[in-house]
Design a protein around this ligand. Sequence first.
Ligand code: C2E
Ligand code: CA
Ligand code: CA
Ligand code: CA
Length: 273
Amino acid sequence: AKADQLDKPLIFNASLGLEADARRALEADIEAGLDRDEFFVVYQPIARASDGSTASVEALLRWEHPTRGAVPPDVFIPVAENSKLIRRLGDFVVRSVCEEIGAGASHTVSINLSPAQLNDARLCEHYLREIHAHGMTAEAIEFELTEAVLIDDFEQAKARLVELHDAGFKVNLDDFGTGFASVGYLHMLPFSKIKIDKTFVQTIGRGEGANKMLQALALLGDALSLDMVAEGVETEGQAAMLRLLGFEYLQGWHFGHPLPASQLKTRKRNHAA
Ligand code: C2E
Ligand code: CA
Ligand code: CA
Ligand code: CA
């Protein structure tokens, strides 16, 4: 039930409206929270559309504040992005993945990267060292990046993405279709997968126009030879439609909620279509 509460869309980017004072207070709280071990990572399965088996698990950051309660990432990530804290949070997630999933998993781990993290010229080197120290290889990690990463400095972002890709990490485009960017840059970047936002999935069954939109996205994936991932899949009806349209990967409560690593039951091929 806790996981559900954190997914209310009304808090989306709520922190952007915070007053400077509230923002500074939250920053100080994030820093203290890191020192007090209030952060943890949950993992949500990303299933192969073909048979429902787990291809990857997405690492999602959680913050349980002693008095604020569960603070959703949509609130604290944007605040952290405006300070050096995003780096500490990002490092915390990678370290947690290394310690909690580690080498030998039968699936990859998908990790969200903030655009701000790409300003760090040593990001790739730094994460490679960390995962190697835990006996993991780059091939076990997929990074998810939104197109916001391309706005500031396209050439710098491209260089960083190529670096990650060449090191063996997979790089996937997250929240495709919710931003302002065009599809024109897609073929210039080393993406492996395109993940569409859950708002698209929620339109399934709401008229023919919605399905045509999803169909167009699936065809775009075909044209670029990129695998398509849909998130926010909550019902078998949605899953069936997305399979029909040619989506390769499905993620959402229908396939599993985000859970701490200790509670994660990696599904084998028991969820066939
Ligand atoms: P996102 O990357 O688009 O993640 C998908 C969100 O959808 C997650 O929200 C997930 O819990 C939620 N979700 C999963 N399945 C379903 C479903 O079937 N129905 C519905 N309604 N929702 C579902 P969450 O965990 O609150 O994360 C929100 C956003 O915060 C993420 O969006 C991501 O942008 C950011 N975030 C989370 N963890 C991290 C992190 O470690 N680093 C960075 N940079 N950003 C993170
Ligand atoms: Ca994501
Ligand atoms: Ca999303
Ligand atoms: Ca496809």
